[in-house]
Design a binder for this molecule. Structure first.
Ligand SMILES: *Cc1c(COP(=O)(O)O)cnc(C)c1O
Length: 217
């Protein structure tokens, strides 16, 4: 699938494409930018800090990897969204740094959906407490846009499908709990190079695609 085919497929399904450029040089990012892509993501703060200043300033950068609290301050000016919010204390720290620079930051809660052991992400049962705190206006510099999840790295289609269904159902339940800026809670970030078609079938609104666009890492 060429980038143009992917753009057309996702446009038809009204799914947003986040181009995951981790480990790739700025030249490769610029090439995709020249084809019209504006949303890019990295999983390491250092890569955002080294690449973003060299690239067009209308790129919208997303952080998709585990974020250490001591790096929030450095990365915050460069990103429009942090998809990998995986603890309440991180969310609070992001809000505090955002307040200091008077920036409103969009975030997704990363939820563990994979059956395989994964390090980061909320247990789905902990999501309601986060929403409760958000509803109580504890994070005024944060807009909660939705959820992010990563399925198991597996050939088992029904397993992966069920994990995506799980995230969709957690999203639907969460949406009915969001009382603060509910219209903004509209994003289910799921699907990568190997499983995005399944994810789209199961209700993804945003896919994060690296190797299919940039080649293997
Ligand atoms: C690397 C990465 C992706 C993209 O993976 P590909 O298989 O290259 O498409 C998506 N999401 C996260 C969180 C990643 O770290």
């Amino acid at each position: 699938m060429t980038p143009s085919d992917l753009f057309a497929f996702l446009q038809d399904k009204k799914v947003e494409l986040v181009a995951v450029s981790k480990t790739k040089p700025v030249e490769a990012i610029q090439q995709l930018y020249d084809l019209g892509q504006r949303v890019f993501a990295e999983n390491k703060v250092q890569e955002i800090l080294s690449k973003a200043p060299l690239l067009p300033h209308d790129i919208q950068w997303h952080m998709i990897g585990h974020l250490q609290k001591n790096k929030i301050k450095a990365v915050l000016p460069w990103v429009v969204m942090i998809q990998s919010v995986d603890s309440l204390s991180l969310l609070k720290a992001i809000n505090d740094e955002a307040q200091k620079i008077e920036k409103t930051i969009h975030i997704l809660l990363e939820v563990k959906i994979a059956t395989e052991e994964t390090k980061y992400g909320f247990d789905e049962h902990d999501v309601p407490d986060v929403i409760k705190a958000y509803n109580a206006n504890q994070f005024p510099y944060v807009v909660l846009k939705g959820l992010m999840g990563m399925a198991s790295f597996s050939e088992d289609v029904s397993l992966v499908k069920n994990e995506f269904k799980r995230l969709k159902s957690v999203f639907d339940a969460s949406k009915s709990n969001v009382a603060n800026r509910r219209e903004a809670f509209d994003t289910i970030s799921m699907g990568m190079s190997g499983d995005f078609e399944l994810a789209v079938e199961e209700g993804s609104t945003m896919v994060r695609i690296g190797s299919l666009l940039f080649g293997t890492r």
